[in-house]
Design a protein around this ligand. Sequence first.
Ligand code: 2RA
Length: 351
Amino acid sequence: DRPTLAVVGATGAVGTVMLDILSTREDVWGEIRLLASPRSAGRRLTVRGEQVEVQAISPEAFDGVDVAMFDVPDDVSAEWAPVAASRGAVAVDNSGAFRMDDDVPLVVPEVNAAAARTRPRGIISNPNCTTLSMIVAMGALHRTYGLRELVVASYQAASGAGQAGIDTLHDQIAKVAADRELGTRAGDVRRAVGDLGPFPAPLALNVVPWAGSLKDGGWSSEELKVRNESRKILGLPDLRVNATCVRVPVVTTHSLAVHATFEREVSQHEAQAVLRDAAGVVLCDDPAAYEFPTPADAVGTDPTWVGRVRRSLDDPHSLDLFLCGDNLRKGAALNTAQIAEVVAAELTEGR
Ligand code: 2RA
């Protein structure tokens, strides 16, 4: 008797990738029910090669559901994940609504799978895509060396801002593509692209040092998420973390430049070996052959790709590296699916 899965928010950018992932991973599910706002109800989507009609979300729609995945805005999750849990489902939520709640585990199966078993509210949170893009690799290095501090800069893709982000980037690229004079005078790109979509500045021919909303001290919400979520997942409440989050004109796949400081001294070759052996990580690190990860090469794949691994020239306890992870796959849908599979295995065990 295989568990029943509900996917809430199947029609968004992450939801679309989720249906693809559910169609290609080893299938552990019985029924898969697709739920969305009444506006999307009645649409037919393909999952596991079959057309499934999207149903309007309601309390009754969760009856008989064992695991409910949520890929919806924070306020929708805040309202409906507890409803799913009250109907007996385990809610696996990809929004920011519950991530930092003490009684909600924040899970990355390669790093802290056991945390998924303790879920007093019946809710498990999936981390933010920027944290997820680096945390599998950092978890592996932490197990070997003991992490003390992270200084990171992100290079975040447009799809982190959803379908509107993707559409805006393509529209802007189309507007700037033909004019080879653009990018030579202050403001010319801004005038050429017109609509900024969900971004606070032009993204085509530009980089934008901003993601999320403004918090105290000039930090962005995205930068605080990297800090707070890394601490929670790694179980290091005092980890020192400084992040600068930057949007770049990439469709999908977040990258990060990481400077990490550890309790133990590090060596370049040993760190490379740790990363090569880590589940969910691919080491791609041969600069002599220009082999390093780039978003254009990593997109559509599951692992975190790590390269440019170097020991700091000034501190034998520190490593510098560059990594890429598909923000819609491991950064969102894949990790949610992996958590759901951990729960499914536990439920099947108990039956
Ligand atoms: C972003 N991390 O890339 C966000 C999406 N959750 O904008």
